[in-house]
Design a protein around this ligand. Sequence first.
Ligand SMILES: NC(=O)c1ccc[n+]([C@@H]2O[C@H](COP(=O)([O-])OP(=O)(O)OC[C@H]3O[C@@H](n4cnc5c(N)ncnc54)[C@H](O)[C@@H]3O)[C@@H](O)[C@H]2O)c1
Length: 326
Amino acid sequence: MSDPVLVTGAAGFIGFHTTLRLLQRGEKVIGIDNLNDYYDVSLKEARLEKLANFTDFKFIKQDIADKTGMEDLWRKHGPFKRVVHLAAQAGVRYSLQNPYAYITSNCMGHLTVLEMCRHTEGFKHLVYASSSSVYGGNTKLPFSVKDPVDNPVSLYAATKRSDELMSQAYSNLYGIQQTGLRFFTVYGPWGRPDMALFIFTKAISEGKKVPVFNNGNMKRDFTYVDDIVDGVLATLDNPPAKESVPHRVLNIGNTRSENLMDFIHIIEKEIGKKAEMDMQDMQAGDVKETYADVSETTAVSGFKPRTPITEGVPRFIAWYKDYYKV
Ligand SMILES: NC(=O)c1ccc[n+]([C@@H]2O[C@H](COP(=O)([O-])OP(=O)(O)OC[C@H]3O[C@@H](n4cnc5c(N)ncnc54)[C@H](O)[C@@H]3O)[C@@H](O)[C@H]2O)c1
């Protein structure tokens, strides 16, 4: 019987899907989350209700930045030798409004997770969420893990890059096996209400104006959540070798850079309504284009994205209509 996996941010969008897949393949999972109100808490609770159908799942409300609470968790329910660390204050734009939330959850929280892993005998693998936003103002495309990433354009990106550097130091110092995953714009059922697909779908179905930044002149590598989970599990199962410094950073994207307007047209087609667009300037902290090179990820884990937006967007909209009774 394998030891339980700890998933942080289990009530979140990616945490929920990752936990579900781990349970479906027969793992025991302890999920933690502080259930903060950055977006609708009832959506987080509804995700947890679905996970509660599995007897091998246990949820504990816990803040990752609370050192004493995390030590208690490790003592009572651990020690955890495999950790999927997804809890964070997400969102680029909100980091301009509430920067302190990012330092607390993403920097102090990441350090606490690292400290717990460091003191765990026989620790196997920490897989943690970084972000494509670390590529910041880079113009060379596609974005490769070999590219320099010292030009973040948001505090969110700076905290994610800090996580990667803290992890590098901990692997150097203590030999902890770790993988940081730079996710590229994730979307899918149970998605986040602060993200473009959710905002566009809601506005179009309610006949409200759709805010479109940089006049729609943006490109994103949109990655379907099932592909993200494929990548998380494939890397979790293939930790870096123990020799040298066992820390690596990998991209998880769809390897296609899509025009924002094409993305909107798929949503319009699926809902059967035209969007009324409210063209706006580029937002501070945003980047114009993202595009993932996943060759290293494929080499170490076999990861390959499978879902085009023409399949993934309709699946999100079907979920949205069902969940919100539209
Ligand atoms: N969704 C994306 O497009 C995307 C892209 C790049 C990186 N990421 C990263 O992936 C991870 C998961 O993102 P998501 O989209 O599922 O976001 P999410 O906000 O849905 O999930 C994060 C969860 O973490 C919890 N959380 C936040 N701070 C916490 C704390 N201090 N202690 C305990 N729990 C805390 C939140 O309540 C939430 O449920 C995050 O690290 C995010 O930065 C996401």
